[in-house]
Ligand binder design. Structure first.
Ligand code: R5P
Length: 308
């Protein structure tokens, strides 16, 4: 028997939600999300949610605190409207980089964010390419960390094909955290893998490359990361790889945060193309000619179907 479900979106994921709804042949749930003049968020659910599974699709991307609060208010309001099973689909899970106490006296923000989401009434959480799996260990509700690598891989394969370059590619992990993703992409594309050892000064944020493992000279390289924040990691890695006589350099990442001058810096860099997903919405002003956006909507649609 077909189970019923409804999908509500927060303001960071309306466009993605529309694509998902179209794929599934359903209408998005009606909610009114407004803000008071001082920025306080107000949520009102405009339809009946008492039966079936209720999904809330909303990335807690920048402005992270506003979006996290909006997610929590959506959850709480749906529970107050007597939703029975509430699933948060948070394609980008903000605060997941603060998964440990680095310096004595510091907050453990990933744990606190998990507590807030749970307290809002969610029964499950689904995310994509979370920065740190550890951030999910703070949840007591079931969580799933899905991989957007298959969609990045498909787009990358098409790009390489269009360039007539199907061999002699290597996938680069720009730091330790990116190694498993780079390995997965390399396996999918039949390429080799290169690992860069990166160090970030926690106080200044300054990046340094300490070493590299793998063949670079003459190779076409794809740098693969979970997120692009300031773009510093990609630009630093590309400059380093160029100095080591790499041929062409491309890049891909699931989450395009693209803060500060990331878009301009990437456009100016030696990276030829950058592929990202729509797990985070990108306003026009953050897009740049080298950027290609692929959609995680089919993955979200299929996880919804398999969860009801
Ligand atoms: C770091 O561990 C992450 O995986 C990314 O490499 C990092 O967040 C990218 O940040 P940025 O673009 O500012 O270098």
């Amino acid at each position: 028997m077909k189970k019923s479900f409804k999908i509500f979106t927060g303001s960071s994921s309306h466009l993605l939600g529309q694509k998902v709804a179209k794929k599934l042949g359903v209408k998005l749930g009606q909610a009114e999300i407004t803000r008071f003049a001082d920025g306080e968020c107000r949520v009102r659910i405009e339809e009946e949610v008492k039966s079936g599974t209720i999904f809330v699709l909303h990335s807690t991307c920048p402005p992270v605190d506003e979006n996290l609060m909006e997610l929590c208010l959506l959850g709480d309001t749906l529970k107050r409207n007597e939703a029975k099973k509430l699933v948060a689909i948070v394609p980008y899970l903000g605060y997941s980089r603060q998964d440990k106490v680095h310096r004595k006296g510091e907050c453990l923000s990933a744990a606190f964010a998990a507590k807030m989401i749970e307290l809002s009434g969610f029964d499950e959480l689904i995310t994509f390419d979370v920065h740190s799996e550890k951030a999910l260990h703070f949840f007591k509700i079931p969580t799933q960390n899905l991989s957007a690598v298959p969609v990045l891989c498909e787009a990358m394969r098409a790009l390489l094909h269009a360039k007539g370059k199907t061999t002699d590619w290597a996938i680069v992990a720009p730091d330790k955290g990116a190694m498993s993703r780079a390995r997965e992409l390399a396996k999918n594309l039949g390429a080799s893998a290169v690992f860069i050892e990166k160090e970030r000064d926690l106080l200044t944020g300054r990046l340094k490359i300490k070493g590299v493992k793998g063949e670079i000279a003459g190779k076409n390289l794809v740098i693969c990361d979970d997120m692009i924040t300031s773009g510093g990691t990609l630009v630093l890695a590309a400059d380093f790889l160029k100095r080591q006589k790499a041929a062409q350099i491309l890049a891909c990442a699931t989450h395009p945060l693209l803060v500060k001058s990331a878009s301009e810096d990437l456009q100016r860099s030696s990276i030829k193309e950058v592929i990202v997903t729509d797990a985070i919405p990108l306003p026009k002003e953050k897009c740049f000619p080298k950027l290609q956006i692929v959609s995680v909507a089919p993955l979200v649609a299929s996880v919804i179907l398999s969860s009801v």
